[in-house]
Design a protein around this ligand. Structure first.
Ligand SMILES: [Zn+2]
Length: 499
């Protein structure tokens, strides 16, 4: 190989690799997040068309004679010039920051190609947010997060605003207050510097978290979330360290000790409002529940959705989730309630699928307990009477003194709010029945001593619903809808607890 050839090869290799961008571009969709491989060439951020093809299910064909590239998505076509910074999208010409760059066997296009050229023919929205290094695909929740610091104190105050409003979890960690936002990603617009007892407010270790980094001399911090006008605000207040702690140590002849790690004594949010959730997959064992004409059994779908919902809640909320059955077995209604009561669950959700005598009835329904006159009287009685609650294994329990058959009575209002949230959140994910929220004295709900609701996800007696109920897409959609309601319910409980 002669030197010039080697040189040309080297140049083309360099061109092929370019340099990595300062920070990766992240694709955010309903399915999650993933980094997108991009490369910087001549100041442009480029993505390989074969990556585009794989990410967006687009077919790419090169027409060397015509000097162009053809991309096809569901019968819609984009023509990209290989020597000019433009593309034709369904007959309309759009400008690109640069022409495609060839790299070995691959063609690279500017990342702007995605929103400008692919966006107009794609099924869902494609939005490139370069400052926050995000490529948003589809209907994703990416609230804008801003913050300001008021150092006029002590104490130092900061306000973090999340718009549009989103549920948040605030925790104290060593030397910082961390605000985790329930969203797919965050569009951060945070101040660069700190002030007073706050060193900095920056993106957290997780992509949907914001960290308020406290100064070494900071003492206890307090954070109070609230929601108004479609915006979630987290008010943070940081007090100086107590005088005794802050007093300088007497001068010592020995070398100065290394500075103490900034572990502030943080005083924090009370016990989380939602610590344990019990999910009750309806039926099991020889109790098949409803059956569709195609043979689909209610007991199998309820367990499958329960598992998906548990995974979602445990991984995203860090809340303990207990199922009333882990496998295909019969569990009595009283035992299901006992699992929830024994574990002092904060929330009980029973999962079912419905059946109707006629096949055209369809859609999901949410049930909560209704108190008739007798029940109302019983509730008053329940507040005064002391009768012990049965627990699994027959152990004595003196903490919950309430009549077993009326345990739910004192939660009817909260359960009604819960059912409303379930109905609203499920509506965004699955078809709902004509009356999506209903009150009923359901046996499995009466014995649980916590807010509770029962969800009938679909009608197995409807042919189309039976087919859909078996699909991953439907089961995930139900889990997503319920998860959304759990988040809202948690905020509801926390807001109610604020003074
Ligand atoms: Zn059922």
């Amino acid at each position: 190989m002669s030197p010039p050839v080697l040189l040309i090869l080297l140049v083309s290799l360099l061109q092929a690799q370019g340099t990595p961008p300062p920070s990766p571009l992240t694709l955010v969709s309903r399915d999650g997040r993933r980094p997108i491989p991009t490369t910087m060439v001549g100041g442009q951020e480029l993505i390989a068309l074969d990556e585009v093809a794989a990410l967006f299910q687009v077919a790419v064909r090169e027409d060397r004679l015509a000097g162009g590239l053809t991309l096809t998505y569901r019968g819609r076509t984009i023509l990209v010039s290989t020597d000019q910074p433009m593309a034709s999208v369904g007959g309309r010409v759009v400008a690109l920051p640069s022409a495609p760059v060839r790299s070995g066997q691959r063609w690279l296009v500017p990342v702007e190609f995605l929103p400008r050229a692919l966006g107009p023919i794609y099924d869902v929205r494609i939005d490139l947010r370069r400052p926050s290094r995000l490529l948003l695909v589809g209907d994703v929740r990416v609230p804008r997060v801003t913050a300001r610091i008021d150092a006029a104190g002590p104490p130092t105050r900061a306000t973090i605003e999340i718009s549009p409003a989103a549920p948040v979890t605030v925790t104290a960690e060593a030397g910082r207050v961390v605000v985790r936002v329930d969203a797919d990603a965050l569009d951060l617009g945070l101040p660069t510097g700190g002030g007073g007892l706050i060193d900095q407010i920056r993106g957290g270790d997780q992509p949907t978290a914001v960290a308020v980094v406290l100064a070494g001399r900071a003492g206890p911090a307090r954070a109070v979330p609230s929601e108004a006008g479609g915006i979630t605000r987290v008010a943070v207040e940081v007090a100086p360290a107590a005088a005794a702690d802050a007093a300088p140590a007497p001068a010592a002849p020995a070398p100065a000790p290394p500075p103490a790690p900034a572990v502030a004594a943080l005083l924090f949010a009370p016990r989380p409002a939602l610590q344990t959730i019990v999910i009750d997959p309806g039926h099991g064992g020889d109790d098949l529940g409803a059956r569709g004409a195609g043979g689909t059994e209610e007991k199998r779908i309820t367990l499958e959705v329960a598992r998906r919902l548990r995974a979602l809640i445990e991984t995203r909320l860090g809340v303990r989730v207990i199922l009333t059955r882990e496998d295909d077995r019969r569990v009595s209604l009283d035992d299901r309630a006992a699992v929830a009561n024994n574990n002092k669950a904060d929330l009980f959700l029973s999962l079912h699928l419905n059946a109707a005598p006629v096949s055209d009835v369809a859609g999901a329904e949410v049930f909560h307990l209704r108190l008739d006159d007798e029940g109302e009287e019983a509730r008053r009685a329940a507040e005064t009477e002391a009768v012990s609650l049965p627990v699994l294994g027959g152990a004595e329990r003196t903490l919950d003194v309430i009549r077993w058959d009326l345990a739910q009575a004192r939660h009817v209002e909260t359960s009604a709010a819960l059912a409303a949230m379930l109905g609203e959140e499920l509506r965004g994910h699955i078809p709902m029945a004509a009356r999506p929220r209903q009150e009923a004295p359901l046996r499995v709900l009466t014995g649980v001593n916590m807010p509770a609701a029962l969800i009938e996800m679909a009608y197995l007696t409807n042919e189309e619903q039976e087919r859909r109920a078996q699909s991953d897409a439907f089961q995930n959609a139900v889990a997503q809808g319920i998860y959304g309601a759990v988040l809202r319910f948690r905020s509801h409980l926390e807001a109610r607890r604020q003074p």
